[in-house]
Design a protein around this ligand. Structure first.
Ligand SMILES: Nc1nc2c(ncn2[C@@H]2O[C@H](COP(=O)(O)OP(=O)(O)OP(=O)(O)O)[C@@H](O)[C@H]2O)c(=O)[nH]1
Ligand SMILES: [Mg+2]
Length: 455
């Protein structure tokens, strides 16, 4: 079989690099490989991918965990991507494999565009994607949700196989994250290659061939890989071990009853495959997957001490993990938007430092020196025992009114008129009380008899 693996972004590039390394030893398998990334440093780390097959798109510094940035970079490099793929794809390429980590900006944003380009080449693709940890940021979740949705809708994309990163914690609790990543990437690569090997393996019993396997890949929808190995003498019932082969994997949990196609190969010592045992495996497959395109290969080998179950289930409904991711991405995005709205509002309103209000309670420091003026006439007129003006709200309004005339000179008559019209002074007497208060606070200064300077 001939594969073209295209690694997208950081995680996708690493998995593609692993594919190339692991496939080198496989006789009869041709694995063409390339990497597309917006991060120049990542590309340099892929030792097994030829330099000519590495394509840098976008900024060179990554897509800042923004799927739109990744998508734009792919669109802008449409011609370069097409020429890279046309260099590597050939008439006998059976499957194009896209590998990426859903959650970043590059892989999530670029993959749907690549799938569209592949469609123009008349080829189909399988995607192997990782799902972000539940504890990753809202940005990662939105990228992943958006990326998976866009990828799923692409016509050329058939089987989407999801590695569930959250399972890493249970599988490798004490490993460093980098080691756990390496491990899970290798397991995914090995499982896939074991499946391909199955279709090339001879058998004296029923076997699966490459064209059967290729036809199973064609069912669109979500898929999972199964790979389980156990000591042959531990297998009491071959059929019950079957289900464990996908339930215990690092791939996202699926509902096998929704599958369209299934291929299974069971390998083990010859004595394991009595007709009754093989019949029981077939029954188990049939009960679980009635009406499905299910194929079983049996690979007895005299000297094996272990039994292994390798398979793929395709054309399945959305795994629970992805439905939950889509919901969580929406919820957390809404929450995030609310926080941003509140921050924008608070920015508009400022920090609550109102100099004029503060000044109305306390004399401003920059006020002009209070002139010694005769206020007796005004005081008489105002009858300062009148409480109307001491109302803080009215005086604030008066300050507001005169502040628009800062620097101007204004007569007593104009000032009383102004305060009556615009500062709610009820009558001339209240207006004059306000004038006295404004003078007291230093907002106006009587520069001549009945002529005021607004400070
Ligand atoms: N299983 C596995 N998951 C990984 C690995 N590296 C990263 N991830 C996951 O993949 C997601 C995407 O990360 P990257 O591949 O670094 O993102 P990218 O596509 O390069 O995008 P940008 O860095 O934003 O340009 C992360 O959120 C992780 O959940 C890895 O080696 N193995
Ligand atoms: Mg990156």
């Amino acid at each position: 079989m001939r594969f073209l693996t295209i690694g997208l972004g950081h995680c996708g590039g690493k998995i593609a690099d692993d594919f190339k390394r692991a496939a080198i030893d496989k006789k009869g398998m041709i694995m063409d490989v390339c990497a597309i990334n917006s991060d120049i440093a990542d590309l340099a780390t892929h030792k097994n991918i030829p330099e000519d097959n590495k394509l840098l798109i976008g900024s060179g510094r990554g897509a800042a965990k923004n799927w739109k940035e990744g998508k734009d970079a792919a669109l802008q490099n449409d011609t370069n991507i097409k020429s890279l793929i046309s260099k590597l794809v050939s008439a006998d390429t059976d499957v194009i494999l896209l590998t990426l980590g859903e959650g970043g900006g590059t892989g999530s944003g670029v993959a749907p565009t690549i799938a569209e380009i592949i469609n123009d080449f008349g080829k189909t693709c399988i995607a192997i994607v990782t799902l972000p940890f539940e504890t990753e940021s809202v940005r990662s979740k939105v990228n992943a949700a958006m990326g998976i949705d866009m990828l799923y809708r692409q016509e050329s994309v058939k089987a989407i196989i999801c590695i569930e990163n959250d399972k890493l914690t249970a599988h490798y609790p004490n490993k460093l994250l980098t080691e756990a990543y390496e491990k899970v990437n290798q397991v995914a690569v090995q499982t896939f290659l074991d499946l391909i090997d199955l279709a090339r393996m001879p058998s004296r019993a029923d076997r699966i061939d490459e064209s059967e396997l290729a036809s199973i890949f064609e069912y669109p929808g979500f898929a999972t890989l199964a790979n389980f190995r156990t000591q042959a003498n531990m297998v009491e019932d071959v059929a019950t071990t079957l289900r464990r082969s996908w339930d215990s994997s690092l791939f996202a949990e699926v509902d096998p009853s929704t599958a369209s196609g299934v291929i299974f190969g069971v390998q083990g010592p010859t004595h394991l495959f009595t007709t009754i045992q093989v019949d029981s495996i077939r029954r188990a497959l049939h009960e679980l997957l009635a009406g499905k395109d299910a194929m079983l290969g049996i690979y007895p080998s005299e000297h094996l001490r272990w039994a292994s179950y390798i398979g793929i289930l395709t054309g399945m409904d959305v795994p629970k993990k992805i439905s939950a991711l889509l919901e969580k991405a929406k919820d957390e995005y809404r929450q995030h938007e609310k926080i941003l709205e509140a921050k924008a509002k608070s920015k508009k309103e400022g920090l609550g430092f109102r100099l004029e209000e503060d000044l109305s309670l306390q004399k401003p420091s920059q006020v002009l020196a209070k002139p010694k003026i005769q206020r007796t006439d005004l005081e008489k007129l105002a009858d300062t025992s009148n409480k109307k003006v001491s109302n803080n709200k009215n005086i604030l309004q008066a300050i507001d009114v005169i502040s628009s005339k800062r620097g101007e000179r204004i007569t007593l008559e104009e000032l009383t008129g102004l305060l009556q019209n615009e500062a709610n002074a009820e009558d001339e007497r209240s207006a004059i009380s306000m004038i006295l208060e404004l003078q007291n606070r230093g907002y106006i200064v009587e520069v001549k008899k009945n002529l005021y300077q607004i400070a």
